[in-house]
Design a protein around this ligand. Structure first.
Ligand code: PMP
Length: 344
């Protein structure tokens, strides 16, 4: 509460130190106590503020970046927003190469945040010179005084969470945490947080949440890349069709997969039960917790921490749109829409 009376130098002073909030209704019938690390309290509304600030400040410390230089990344999502925000305050140019699949809302948001956005064709392979990976690489090579964040293959992504999210959770739970359940996209959040927590107490169980249609869980189990695991899915930010080096597979005990549909309903249940307006992957995490509870994975004395990565406002045309839910066929006999919900 101390923080409420404080005056801050700029918005970046508010990155990190997000609250840990007890879940009171959603998990009332589950064994154990449940706490959510609510990352939407970061000023850019997601956990990605932590990695944007950390990676940029590491480059500054190494003398790689000076004011007026350029920061490049391939994302239309949370990371792009966070990099753009840090760039405004620190005086960098921000270039984001994004896929033409990105919504105009997202592109407009990034432009509003001062980013230069290159929209690249979605349906070309990653090694095509027009792909957003190749465009970012080329711009990085051509732009003097630029860094490429490359979050899926940047060890600093793990380090950012090792130095912030991990210690915060350890202190907030007074060292009593028994389980961490978190999404894995780049893997930075879960890997860095897990590494710190397991150094404090190796008995803490770390469970990663993966999507059906992603290779991550299978790779964790076999250390083999199985293309057959890959197919399209809806949840953004969870799972992947490649193996990111920003995932430390040894720091994670097991992965659990969740469906698009159940995760969408879970996200809506978080909002309705806990008053926390969080994003789609927060729903995925709570769906995973539900499945783990059904599998009898938790005891009465357990203290389970889940990470809610971002804010619900970024999903108004998706999970929080009844029209979208209907189009996906997500209102079924179990989750029947009310007359009001299907008026569109
Ligand atoms: N949820 C959302 C909404 C995200 O954007 C991301 C990042 N891709 C994640 C979860 C997963 O976080 P990480 O990349 O650190 O694994």
């Amino acid at each position: 509460m101390e923080q409420k009376n404080q005056v801050f130098d700029n918005v970046l002073d508010l990155v990190g130190n997000t609250p840990l909030i007890k879940l009171n209704r959603l998990t009332a019938d589950y064994k154990g106590d449940y706490f959510a690390k609510v990352e939407s309290f970061n000023p850019g509304n997601s956990s990605k503020d932590r990695i944007a600030l950390y990676i940029i400040e590491q480059a500054e410390k190494q003398g790689i970046l000076k004011p007026g230089d350029t920061i490049i990344e391939t994302t239309s999502g949370n990371t792009g927003f966070s990099i753009a925000m840090v760039s405004i305050i620190k005086g960098y140019d921000c270039i984001l190469a994004v896929s033409s699949k990105s919504s105009t809302d997202k592109i407009d948001m990034l432009k509003t945040m001062g980013a230069k956005v290159y929209v690249c064709p979605a349906h070309v392979s990653a090694d095509d010179p027009r792909s957003y990976y190749q465009v970012a690489k080329r711009l990085h090579e051509e732009t003097k005084g630029s860094i490429y964040i490359n979050q899926y293959f940047n060890q600093l992504n793990i380090d950012a969470h090792y130095h912030s999210t991990g210690p915060e959770i350890w202190n907030q739970t007074k060292g009593n945490i028994t389980h961490l359940v978190a999404c894995s996209g780049t893997g930075g959040t879960i890997s860095g947080t897990a590494k710190f927590l397991k150094e404090q107490n190796p008995n803490i169980k770390v469970i990663g949440v993966d999507a059906f249609g992603s290779v991550i869980k299978k790779y964790h189990e076999t250390r083999e890349f199985d293309e057959k695991e890959i197919y399209p899915y809806r949840i953004e930010g969870l799972g992947k069709n490649l193996i990111p080096s920003a995932t430390d597979f040894d720091a994670i005990d097991e992965f659990i997969k969740v469906t698009d549909e159940e995760s969408a309903h879970s996200a809506r249940e978080i909002v309705k039960n806990e008053g926390l307006f969080v994003g789609y992957t927060s729903g995925a995490v709570m769906q995973a917790v539900k499945q783990l509870n059904e599998q009898g994975k938790f005891k009465k004395t357990d203290k389970v921490v889940v990470i809610f990565p971002d804010h619900g406002s970024r999903y108004m045309s998706k999970v929080y749109s009844d029209k979208w839910m209907n189009e996906q066929g997500f209102f079924d006999s179990v989750h029947e829409a009310t007359a009001e919900e299907i008026q569109y």
